[in-house]
Design a protein around this ligand. Structure first.
Ligand code: DX5
Ligand code: ZN
Length: 215
């Protein structure tokens, strides 16, 4: 059964506590936290004070997705803010191997995310060090974009790469996930589905999460 990670980027920031409590009571597995710096991606989301506020009300795993340049500068700060899993972008970290070790040494699970143009094969030499690979199925920066179908082939290739190695990395997919694309992603080998606008834009988010969970 796939894990479901609703993205708080689409939550109501005026009612964050209410939305966190809704997620705690729902069938979701992780809270997905999107951090954007206005440099790596053209948008700015939120930083430490907001993440700390979410952590205070979060009873599940805090899955933090950094869309920022030089993520290695902030590893300890995100640990202090409550991150359990810290994911950095392949395209944003020059010394990726070192950054992965740094995240693990700080006591978190380490993830690497790939933009739509970045091939999964580039992870061959670090795949056994990773706890998670986050495949972006949209160009990062905004919620509510349409799913890039090429991502299905990437997930299938990544599944094969992980299964043919000693890696235990989970495959998470982020962007344009709904009941249709979610089902196709699970069939292709995804372990974790991120969903923002599909969950928070629906009439009954709790029910939408349950529907995703039962895919
Ligand atoms: C995009 C973020 C996503 C975003 C997904 O840059 O990484 O997590 O919230 O939003 P939806 O599910 O609406 O495509
Ligand atoms: Zn994300």
């Amino acid at each position: 059964m796939a894990k479901i990670a609703p993205s708080l980027l689409s939550a109501d920031f005026g009612n964050l506590q209410r939305d966190c409590e809704m997620l705690n009571a729902s069938a979701c597995d992780w809270f997905h936290i999107d951090v954007m710096d206005g440099v790596f991606v053209p948008n700015i989301s939120f930083g430490m004070p907001v993440i700390k506020a979410i952590t205070k009300h979060c009873k599940k795993v805090m899955d933090v997705h950094l869309m920022i340049v030089q993520p290695e500068r902030y590893v300890d700060d995100f640990k202090k803010a409550g991150a359990d899993i810290l994911t950095v972008h392949y395209e944003a970290s020059t010394h990726l191997h070192r950054t992965i070790q740094q995240i693990k040494a700080a006591g978190m699970k380490a993830g690497v995310s790939l933009n739509p143009h970045t091939s999964v094969e580039l992870l061959a030499d670090v795949i056994e060090d990773l706890d998670l690979v986050l495949v972006m199925s949209v160009n990062p920066g905004f919620g509510g974009q349409s799913f890039i179908r090429q991502s299905l082939k990437k997930v299938a290739r990544l599944r094969e790469m992980i299964d043919n190695s000693n890696s235990n990395a989970l495959i998470e997919v982020d962007g344009g996930v709904n009941l249709e694309t979610g089902k196709e992603l699970i069939d292709a080998g995804a372990d974790v589905l991120v969903a923002g606008s599909f969950v928070f834009g629906s009439e009954n988010p709790t029910e939408t999460i349950a529907n995703l969970k039962s895919l």
